[in-house]
Design a protein around this ligand. Structure first.
Ligand SMILES: Nc1ncnc2c1ncn2[C@@H]1O[C@H](COP(=O)(O)OP(=O)(O)OP(=O)(O)O)[C@@H](O)[C@H]1O
Length: 719
């Protein structure tokens, strides 16, 4: 009843409590029950009804005053309500969900045998790692076990051994699903609270295939908190999560600007072929800053990083993208934090990461996909009241993006590039490519993947690959000839757009930011990820491919030439391991024949058959797995119950002993079966919260109806 009145209220609208006001329980139980001070509207963490352990964690981490999103969200979240929280980048959303997580489990008296009580899902590994570290810091005095599930391929086995002993999991969706599918005994049926950080991203289509099966395995009765700087309100998204009467909290929705006021934002109009000159000139004139540079694809990141590094601009250069090993990514990340440098990256670093207010500049060499993406990228600077600057390069054909930004209340100053002042890097790049043939290949890849990324963008008003001067762009990367590419669905052949047999289908996403969506040609039939490099640009039939020629002769050769007729072929009869499969009549079948269709001229993959095959196989496996899990779950549940009963009995015995010492008769002895110890209601200010204290002290622990009933029963049986 108490909570109901609270629904829809805005704690930010409430004035602060007077300085000397009592907080917590004000009067003892009267006819209408106990009277408590209001805590909605309080400004400091220590005024919240939270456990002493959390308070100590916050104090040690030097978090004293709450910020708006925390003041607005915490009172609702601590009541157990579902929340959709939106607040600008860098405005403190992490604590707005970490505190409720700790408190939820604390109130539930979560123990090791209770298993997974909370799952926090983040779209990227870095963000998950960062959240994990905040959780560890603030939850330092709690005894819950927490696990970070993000490791690489090797990490998964170690995780499998431990994951069943964890109370709080911080993870990326893909890895969580992997554990749900593969880890014996892994179960979340006790889950009490689910958090989606960067919720709009986690809920978008790239993660759909992972999130839906995860959600279907979680209990429906749980608390769910969603946070992001750009929030979703799409009903179907929320329906997927079965939110119960969620509270929408959008603390900066009414603000004049959607980005931090301390952020200075500039847009510069620059032709695509001048972008690298502009970037080079910018870096050369900003040698004492920490600069984050966003590019569209990992090949561009690789190319610009390697090429600029060879040209020695006078500031350390680093690069980071999603295909790097986790260890390497973490290493680069901390090196960037340590000193002034330039970090080239893809959108893998766009969301949520807190560089501890150290980033001076965010430079977006390539236009982000949409406004939300822009907000997240620039949000890596100007965090938590610090100042910061951002620079967005737009080609003349992308100028419409300025309107989009302005419509979204993002104040940008637009200027035009002055070509005369640019330091030309293209010629330097051209001679680099002569001396470093490998770099030549990387440049080609950068060229192709960039055009492809533009081609597959949805907003065609802004992104039109036919409006780009492709030959000039190719030359600006130092390439002697324009690589030939063909765009699917692009009928008009414009100047500079050629056809080749390397079909760049729009689905072949180059995004490597996260747990990437399926990339059809980049997966083999067994579902193994194949690196882009596994399909190198092939030499043409005469063997004049660039890699070979360059290596042999040391002379740079023209761009890739692949015969139009030579398509990627997969032989049905290619040896692939010793296991032989048989058809229904007992004839041996080549492994790939099941899913390959033969035509007169080529062997093409029958996508439908492949999907169907894997769907059926998946269903069968899931069924078997489900049965196994059910049996295992029952066993585990029984075991846990036994352990729990044992633990509780131990506690009861202790309590009885204490009561015995005090000379009072034990109610349980008289009434038969032993019952669960009633939870204590109040925590003292400085202790571990074991003793109930009188007025003026803070009520930090709620009490459930079940517990009240139990206490009442105990009192009755005692009298
Ligand atoms: N109450 C507080 N007092 C002081 N510092 C705080 C407080 N809350 C958060 N911070 C600091 O503010 C910075 C940004 O916080 P956080 O990373 O939670 O932002 P965010 O809103 O999640 O950003 P993003 O949208 O980019 O993910 C962090 O360095 C954090 O330590």
């Amino acid at each position: 009843m108490h909570y109901r009145r609270f629904i829809g209220s805005n704690p930010l609208a409430l004035g602060p409590l007077p300085k000397d006001a009592k907080i917590g329980k004000l009067e003892d139980d009267g006819e209408n029950g106990a009277v408590f001070s209001r805590y909605a509207g309080v400004r400091r963490f220590d005024q919240l009804p939270i456990s002493d352990k959390t308070k100590r964690g916050l104090k040690e981490a030097k978090f004293v005053e709450m910020v708006d999103i925390q003041r607005a969200a915490l009172p609702h979240a601590l009541c157990g309500r579902d929340i959709l929280g939106a607040a600008r980048t860098g405005s403190g959303k992490t604590l707005a969900f970490v505190i409720p997580v700790l408190e939820k489990l604390h109130k539930e008296r979560w123990g090791p045998e209770d298993g997974v009580g909370c799952i926090i899902i983040s779209p990227t590994r870095e963000l998950a790692a960062q959240t994990f570290s905040v959780l560890n810091k603030v939850g330092k005095f709690h005894k819950f076990s927490a696990g970070l599930l993000i490791g690489g391929r090797e990490g998964v086995d170690v995780e499998k051994e431990r994951v069943n002993h964890m109370n709080i999991l911080v993870c990326a969706p893909g890895r969580l699903l992997q554990h749900m599918d593969e880890t014996p005994n892994f179960e979340c049926s006790n889950l009490k609270i689910l958090i989606l950080d960067e919720a709009d991203r986690v809920l978008d289509s790239a993660f759909k295939g992972q999130l839906d099966p995860i959600i279907s395995q979680l209990p429906k009765r749980r608390q769910t908190l969603l946070f992001s700087a750009t929030q979703t309100k799409k009903v179907k998204d929320l329906a997927r999560l079965s939110l119960r009467d969620p509270e929408y909290i959008s603390v900066h929705a009414e603000s004049v600007t959607a980005t931090p006021t301390t952020l200075t934002q500039t847009v510069i109009i620059v032709p695509v072929e001048k972008k690298l000159d502009m970037l080079w000139s910018f870096i050369k004139s900003h040698l004492n800053y920490r600069i984050l540079v966003f590019l569209s694809t990992k090949k561009q990141v690789k190319f610009v990083h390697e090429a600029f590094n060879k040209l020695r601009p006078g500031i350390p250069l680093k690069s980071l993208h999603g295909k790097m090993s986790q260890e390497k990514r973490m290493g680069v990340y901390s090196q960037f934090i340590e000193r002034q440098s330039v970090l080239f990256c893809t959108d893998v670093l766009a969301r949520g990461l807190d560089f501890d207010k150290l980033v001076d500049w965010v430079v977006q060499v390539d236009c982000p996909e949409d406004v939300a993406s822009y907000i997240h990228r620039v949000g890596r600077t100007a965090r938590f009241n610090a100042s910061g600057k951002s620079l967005l390069f737009l080609t003349p054909s992308e100028e419409k993006m300025v309107e989009r930004l302005q419509e979204a209340r993002i104040p940008v100053k637009v200027t035009k590039a002055n070509s005369d002042k640019l330091q030309e890097v293209s010629r330097l790049l051209a001679s680099l490519l002569v001396n470093f043939p490998d770099l030549h290949t990387v440049a080609q890849r950068a060229f192709i993947t960039y055009l492809r990324s533009i081609h597959k963008r949805r907003d065609k008003e802004i992104f039109d690959v036919t409006k780009l001067s492709i030959e000039d762009f190719s030359a600006s990367l130092g390439l002697p000839f324009t690589p030939r590419i063909r765009f699917a669905n692009l009928k008009t052949k414009k100047k500079g757009v050629f056809e080749s047999s390397i079909a760049l289908e729009p689905e072949n996403d180059d995004e490597d930011n996260v747990v990437a969506p399926t990339r059809v040609v980049k997966k083999d039939l067994l579902g193994e990820d194949l690196e882009e490099d596994d399909f190198p640009l092939r030499p043409n039939e005469e063997g004049k491919g660039v890699e070979k020629s360059n290596k042999d002769e040391g002379v740079p050769m023209p761009g890739t030439r692949v015969s139009k007729n030579k398509k990627l072929k997969i032989s049905q009869h290619r040896p692939s391991g010793s296991r032989v499969k048989f058809d229904e009549e007992g004839n041996p079948v080549a492994p790939l024949a099941i899913v390959a269709a033969t035509t007169e001229t080529e062997v093409a993959l029958d996508e439908e058959a492949r999907k169907d095959y894997y769907k059926k196989l998946g269903e069968q496996l899931r069924k078997v797995d489900h049965e196994d899990k059910k049996v295992e779950r029952e066993k585990r549940r029984e075991k846990r119950m036994k352990e729990k009963i044992k633990r509780k009995q131990g506690e009861m015995e202790e309590e009885e002993e204490e009561e015995g010492h005090e000379g009072s008769a034990s109610s349980e002895e008289e009434t038969g079966p032993k019952r669960k110890r009633a939870k204590k209601m109040y925590f003292d200010d400085n202790g571990d919260g074991d003793e109930e204290k009188e007025g003026g002290k803070i009520n930090t622990d709620a009490i459930s109806i079940a517990e009240l009933e139990e206490m009442a029963l105990k009192l009755i049986t005692q009298s």
